[in-house]
Design a protein around this ligand. Sequence first.
Ligand code: HEM
Length: 196
Amino acid sequence: MPTLKNIVLPVTLLYLLLAMIIVLSKGGLTVDNIRQMIRITATSSMLLFSLTFSASSLLHFFCNKYWQSVMQARRRLGLSFALSHTVHLFAIVALVEIAYGGDYLQLGDIAGGSAIYLFIFAMAVTSNDASVKLLGAKNWKRLHKTGSYLIWIGLFSLYLENALDTGAWHYWLYVLLGISLILLRVGTFWDKRINA
Ligand code: HEM
């Protein structure tokens, strides 16, 4: 039987390709279509990141074979998140080229988002055993922990902003998901401390 670890990357790739084909088939590279791709990739990134970020906590609280397979797939889930967010970046570049004639200043302050992208790419290229050896387990953990919390901040702050601006229920769902992720991590931390 195919495991989550084996299928998550090809399924993500297929999903992104299909999404692109379906969106672009309705009029091609228009500003509205590109914005839709940006939103679609933000959603797939949020879902993939949520599983990656919460896998060890979920296994800690509900130790069963399902969460074990999610835990085993954690690196691939992280890589799938990086893939989804790379398409987010390509869509942003397409938006700037088509809507703003290549003027990136039109996007406003992109320092925070760019810094998070550096972490995403650093995490993706070091998601292997050889990099853990090269960096040392402590430094590797530092990089991935800092990057994870920065990604959480990026996703949470943008969805909170959109929820407050539009009041749309799906944005509030993402906000709730973001809060649950942090509560799970804090809960695991305290549970491990109490039971140590
Ligand atoms: C320099 C880097 C980035 C730029 C320029 C950028 C640009 C954009 C733009 C223009 C939108 C709005 C699309 C629209 O609805 O019209 C957007 C949406 C979004 N971006 Fe990015 N982004 C960047 C990095 C990031 C990062 C690092 C994250 C998360 C870790 C992120 C998460 C999101 C989310 C959650 C949305 C909201 C999607 C929605 O409205 O449904 N972005 N981004």
